[in-house]
Ligand binder design. Structure first.
Ligand SMILES: [Mg+2]
Length: 246
């Protein structure tokens, strides 16, 4: 009986060059293509950890990445299916979409659509230097990600804190949840979560049942799905490790 490892990707399995300030990128393995050139990399230690995690277990990504961004991850370790867009979409091992799950999620996304559209208008008017990535799928917005164009610590703090505050002040009692971690402000329709997608996946995939589970993630937003698992893996120097040790 081998474990099932449910793992977040960004800042858990791989990271951008911010984690390797003194390293020549040529000494790292580039593992994603980012549209703005801020790609993700793995050092030899992370490569060894991923090889170990995927060799004796079933490894399933549970990521905030949209399907498009997930398809720009160049690793062949993920062949068992995936949860993408913060739980809004589930992929089978052959890459096909779970249509029953998507249909249920579409109803939740439709409820949040007006709020997300108004949030985009407000954010685009605000004096902040951000870019907005809408997770569109078959004409439905599954959520969106806001990033600071100024990627210095100061710039990220200022732009994303302002964007989050603006949203929370404008949309109290909202049908959209917001999570901030590093240069990533995620807007997720109410009722959509990594946790609910993991629960559903474990209930329908017989090959994953009655096996020990490990949840891995760097972000506070990962904790609810990690809590479903028998054991947790937390990368050091992350939101979750700081929560544990500060
Ligand atoms: Mg992460």
């Amino acid at each position: 009986m081998t474990p099932v490892i449910l793992a977040d990707l960004d800042d858990t399995i791989f990271t951008t060059l911010k984690s390797y300030p003194d390293r020549d990128p040529k000494t790292l393995q580039r593992v994603t293509t980012a549209k703005n050139g801020n790609h993700s990399y793995m050092c030899s230690h992370r490569q060894a950890l991923l090889a170990w995690l995927s060799s004796g277990a079933t490894l399933l990504p549970v990521t905030a990445r949209s399907l498009d961004a997930f398809n720009r991850v160049h690793l062949d370790s993920f062949r068992e299916g995936a949860i993408v867009s913060n739980g809004a979409m589930i992929l089978a091992p052959d890459g096909s979409e779970d249509l029953a799950w998507s249909e249920a999620i579409a109803k939740k996304c439709e409820k949040a659509a007006a709020t997300l559209a108004r949030a985009i208008e407000e954010l685009e008017k605000a004096p902040i230097n951000i870019r907005i990535h809408q997770h569109m799928h078959k004409g439905i917005m599954l959520g969106m990600t806001v990033k600071s164009n100024d990627e210095t610590q100061l710039g990220v703090d200022l732009n994303l804190r302002t964007a989050e505050k603006l949203f929370k002040e404008s949309f109290q009692f909202s049908d959209v949840q917001v999570h901030r971690n590093g240069n990533n402000l995620a807007f997720v329709p109410g009722g959509v979560s990594k946790k609910s997608a993991v629960q559903y996946l474990l209930s329908i995939r017989e090959d994953l049942q009655n096996r020990p589970t490990v949840g891995a993630g760097d972000s506070l937003a990962d904790l609810p799905f990690m809590e479903l698992c028998s054991m947790m893996l937390v990368p050091n120097n992350t939101q979750n490790s700081k929560k544990l040790f500060s």
